[in-house]
Design a protein around this ligand. Structure first.
Ligand SMILES: C[S@@+](CC[C@H](N)C(=O)[O-])C[C@H]1O[C@@H](n2cnc3c(N)ncnc32)[C@H](O)[C@@H]1O
Length: 254
């Protein structure tokens, strides 16, 4: 298990309560500014255009990995930490169905308001550590941007990654960003500065959660992007056997 000293500072229920109340407060004060800090006062057009720009940069340039031959309009996608719907709106313009979660009830209230004209966007307040609110839906692609960089517990981040594995179809991609680096520190339970990941931490988390960490860009920077592809059970079994140096891997697993 990937862990850090800061993980032990607060237990998960205490931490999720703190994350929820502090993000609710930020959302009431100025949600758009805390989401996209580049401006203090965003108008609707600029704000949602900034979400489209993120989707152009991170998704439309990467449709091979994301869609794997599927028609995007036939795909169901998941967003973790949707805030007030900035990127959710842009995702709903590209994909068939979008499911999105956020820990903050106030963010979700604002997201519902701004997505009222997007019937294919479904947003839910979640518990801040997993996707149980979504039941057993199946998703073709999962995405998260500037969310895990605010979560101070690697255990919580791993819990999300494990739950994406539960919902994602085999072979599907979870593309997400974490805080890179390893030396940075923050006060225990700080809900602005998230747990940092080194490249080795990211690989360990992928292996523990049943993913192949196929591409990784930006280690050591704030924008450490990870491409985790959901392994099938036999790919996972083969990886474990190889790691243990098992010589007699049956032909079917090779
Ligand atoms: C900087 S905003 C980014 C919002 C959105 N991803 C975007 O780019 O427009 C971070 C969001 O993550 C949410 N968040 C923080 N901790 C969370 C957690 N543990 N689980 C789910 N959402 C969380 C916050 O409520 C906030 O809406």
């Amino acid at each position: 298990m990937v862990s850090s000293d800061r993980d032990s500072a607060l237990n998960t229920p205490e931490l999720t309560d703190k994350m929820r109340s502090e993000w609710d407060e930020r959302a009431r004060e100025n949600a758009r500014h805390y989401i996209a800090t580049g401006q203090l006062n965003w108008n609707d057009e600029e704000y949602f255009e900034s979400g489209r720009e993120n989707v152009r940069r991170e998704i439309l340039t990467d449709m091979g990995n994301i869609c794997q031959g599927k028609d995007p309009k036939q795909m169901t996608v998941l967003e973790i930490g949707c805030g007030s719907g900035r990127i959710t709106r842009a995702l709903s313009e590209v994909f068939g169905q979008v499911y999105a979660v956020d820990i903050s009830g106030e963010m979700i209230r604002q997201a519902r308001e701004s997505l009222h004209d997007r019937p294919n966007a479904h947003v839910f307040q979640n518990n801040g550590s997993d996707l149980s609110i979504l039941g057993d839906i199946r998703v073709d692609f999962a995405f998260s941007y500037i969310v895990f960089q605010h979560i101070p517990s690697r255990q919580v981040i791993s819990s999300y990654v494990r739950d994406v594995h539960r919902l994602l179809r085999p072979g599907g991609l979870f593309k997400f960003q974490v805080q890179g680096g390893s030396s940075m520190d923050a006060p225990p339970g700080d809900t602005w500065l998230g747990a940092p990941f080194s490249d080795a931490d990211a690989v360990t988390m992928a292996e523990e959660c049943g993913f192949e960490p196929r591409h990784r860009i930006g280690a050591e920077t704030q924008y450490f992007w990870l491409w985790f592809f959901r392994q099938t059970w036999w790919e996972r079994a083969r990886g474990i056997l190889r790691k243990q140096g098992w010589q007699g891997i049956p032909a079917i697993f090779r």
